[in-house]
Every structure is written in C-alpha cells, then in structure tokens.
Design a protein around this ligand. Structure first.
Ligand code: NAD
Length: 299
C-alpha cells in the first residue's frame, strides 16, 4: 500500500491540525482541512501563511512552493464533505475520548473503505478508538510533535488490531515527509507523553509548593539538563488543557496516583489560562514581543 501524492484529510485545525496540513501540502499532497469552527479554519490558513512566509524569508522555500502549498489546502466546516475521496484521514481534534470516539464513528461512515484512519492523539487508546469503527485493522496512531513542520519525530502507535501493512504504509509515509518514525505499542501516553508529562507535572508541583519560581525551574532544566525549553514554557506551548487531558488519561489508565495532575494545573485550565493559545499560562504572550515574560501571578 503506497500513498504517493493523493488526498489527505485532517480533522481539527488547531495547533497541530494546521501544522499537519502545512507539512502534507508542502510535500505535494492535496489536503482537506476540516474543523467545526469556521474561525479556527480561517486562523489555521493565516498561521500556515505566516509560517510559510517565515520559511520564505529564511530562504528554505521559494515563492512557488509557498503558493503551491497554500493552493493544495481546502477547508471544510462539515466533516463528511472533507472525507469522500481520502486515502488517509488524520484526526487532530481536541484531546477528549468521547469527542474522538464520536468523530471516528462519523469518519468510518464517510471515508472510503480502503482509507487509513490515523489519530494524532497524545495519549488516548488507539485500540479503543479502532473498536468504534468497522475497520479496526486500518486504525493507527500517527503522533506528530509540535511544531509539526519543524520537529523530526513521528511516534507511530500500533493498536491491538492494527494491520502490519497499515503500519508499514505510515512508517514509509513519515519518511517521505522527511520525518523519523518510531513504532510503539498502545498503552496510556505511549512513550513520548508517558515520560514527558510526569516531568511537566512535577515542574508545576514544584512551583505550586513554592520550591522555586517559573524562571528558576525553567532555567535549571534548560541549563542543567540541556533541554531547549524549560518544562513550564513547554507546557504553555503544548497547551495546559492538552497537558491536563493527557495526565488524566495516564492517571485513570494506570490507576497510579503518581500521575495525578497538580491542582494548580487544574485551576489554570478551569480559569481558561491554557498557555500560548489563550495568551496566558506560566508566561504572558503578546504579539508584539518574543521576550519571555513571567505571568505576574507567579513573579
Ligand atoms: P487545539 O485545541 O489547538 O485544536 C483542536 C481543534 O479541534 C480545534 O480547532 C477545534 O475546533 C477542533 N474540533 C473540536 N471538535 C471537533 C469536531 N467534532 N470536528 C472537527 N474539529 C473539531 O488542540 P491541539 O493542540 O491541536 O491538539 C489536537 C490533538 O493533537 C490532540 O489529540 C492532542 O493531544 C494532540 N497533540 C497535541 C500536541 C500539542 O503540542 N498541542 C502535540 C502532539 C499531539
């Protein structure tokens, strides 16, 4: 099974969906980008245009590539309309089990019988998602990292029933996109987030317990452990709501209290402070400056 060229549908046009659409479109695929929110679809095209302009100004792409990439992407507010001729669907909607099960029920109805159904979920069971469809062998995890056009890794997750042919197709497709795939098995958080999220949670606990401030925690992990970004900045970047959802999946999935999300994280999400996408998290973000400004609440 090969997917050279062809039509890809991306469900969800948020942080990850716009990056996935950008990546495929730049590699010559036609992309149908689907979101229930027209505003998110508009925002996604603006973000992709801005990111292509950045690549253009760095000289890594030409004006031609920019125009072709943009012309390869079509937007759809209705799920079924964006799926009819797809070879591959990549779901990148909000990290919520019920929502994803509901979306996969609809995708299974609307997508062609031989279409592969992938999810970009950070932590939710691929096996559970697959079981809601009539083609569990064709369901797989294709977990991109943020920002998608830049980060090299694709964590490929085999569900209990995933066919080997489907895994092989996604592995070779990832390579075709210039990425390095790593195949793992389906357990809560897989590998990336099973290891990353407890570290982020511990950083938030350290702040919550007053062991150190935002800047100190992030500086220690950057300079001491050679991380390119501190864990609190990374949490803002990922989205605090996404971090909370993943920790909840780890906590319930393993039944181990070590994964219980820090109350400060729960409170910040309840208050709508979700990091970069809401302009406020452990840091404050404004369009005018790239300088990192610690949220006054934690200063
Ligand atoms: P996000 O909140 O930025 O975007 C989610 C999008 O899904 C929104 O635009 C929303 O309107 C849309 N949506 C919600 N319900 C929908 C529906 N029924 N049909 C179509 N669209 C719908 O979230 P995100 O950060 O892009 O995360 C998306 C997925 O990618 C999640 O599963 C997340 O765990 C995973 N992920 C996130 C990151 C990250 O760094 N943010 C990294 C890797 C994987």
């Amino acid at each position: 099974m090969t997917l050279k060229g062809g039509l890809i549908s991306v469900i969800g046009a948020g942080t990850m969906g716009n990056g996935i659409a950008h990546l495929f479109a730049q590699h010559g695929f036609k992309v149908n980008l689907v979101d229930i929110s027209q505003e998110q679809l508009k925002k996604a095209i603006n973000t992709i245009t801005k990111n292509l302009d950045r690549q253009l100004s760095k000289g890594t792409i030409t004006e031609d590539v920019k125009e072709t990439t943009l012309s390869n992407i079509k937007t759809f507010p209705v799920l079924a309309d964006g799926l009819r001729e797809s070879q591959l669907v990549i779901e990148a909607a909000t990290e919520n089990t019920e929502l994803k099960l509901n979306i996969f029920r609809q995708i299974d109805e609307a997508a062609p019988a031989d279409c592969i159904l992938a999810t970009n979920t950070s932590s939710i069971s691929i096996t559970k998602i697959a079981a809601i469809t009539k083609r569990p062998g064709s369901v797989i995890g294709m977990h991109f990292m943020n920002p998608v056009p830049v980060m090299k890794l694709v964590e490929v997750i085999n569900g209990f029933s995933t066919n080997k042919e489907v895994t092989d197709t996604i592995v070779s497709l990832s390579k075709q996109l210039g990425k390095t795939p790593c195949v793992v098995n389906d357990f809560p958080g897989f590998i990336a987030n099973r290891i990353l999220m407890p570290m982020i949670n511990e950083a938030i606990y350290s702040l919550y317990e007053g062991v150190a401030g935002v800047e100190e925690i992030d500086t220690i992990m950057k300079l001491g452990m050679a991380h390119p970004m501190g864990p609190l900045q990374l949490a803002d970047f990922i989205g605090l709501d996404v971090c909370l959802s993943i920790l909840n999946v780890l906590h319930t999935g393993f039944g181990n209290p070590k994964y219980a999300p820090c109350p400060l994280l729960i409170n910040m999400v309840a208050a709508g402070k979700t990091g970069i996408k809401s302009s406020e998290g452990f840091y404050i973000y404004s369009a005018n400056t790239k300088e990192l400004v610690v949220n006054k609440r934690f200063a």
